[in-house]
Unconditional design. Structure first.
Length: 127
């Protein structure tokens, strides 16, 4: 494959993406995860697992970096991930999650609705 001109550079691999995909699937389809990752490591090829949500919440590196924080919500405190990126000059502030509708009237006012129009929407149970 390394000598095949269809895959000789990134542009060629992109043009021949479907063929490349079929080649890769055929090469890996009968291998277990440990074998694949071992071969990728041995070849010096970067790779990463794709986590499901349970894997994200249990990820030891996220825990070690202190990426989880607790915020308030209408259902009580919940654990969330900090915004991406680290900056040691400040700690990001994440406000409590508002209950449904808490900011509806303010947003409608910002959009130009009058108090009378908002009152009508409330009366008609639109909001």
């Amino acid at each position: 494959m390394t000598k095949d001109p269809r895959f000789a550079g990134n542009a060629a691999r992109s043009r021949n993406r479907d063929e490349l995909r079929e080649f890769i699937l055929a090469a890996f389809e009968n291998l277990d995860s440990a074998t694949v990752t071992g071969r990728l490591d041995a070849a010096g090829i970067a790779w990463a697992d794709v986590n499901d949500m349970a894997g994200v919440w249990e990820h030891p590196q996220l825990e070690a970096l202190g990426r989880f924080i607790e915020v308030g919500s209408p259902a009580g405190p919940i654990t969330v991930l900090k915004p991406p990126g680290n900056n040691n000059s400040y700690e990001p502030e994440i406000s409590p999650i508002p209950p449904v509708g808490e900011h509806t009237e303010n947003i409608l006012r910002e959009l130009g609705y009058s108090n009378a129009e908002i009152k009508d929407l409330v009366g008609e149970k639109v909001i």
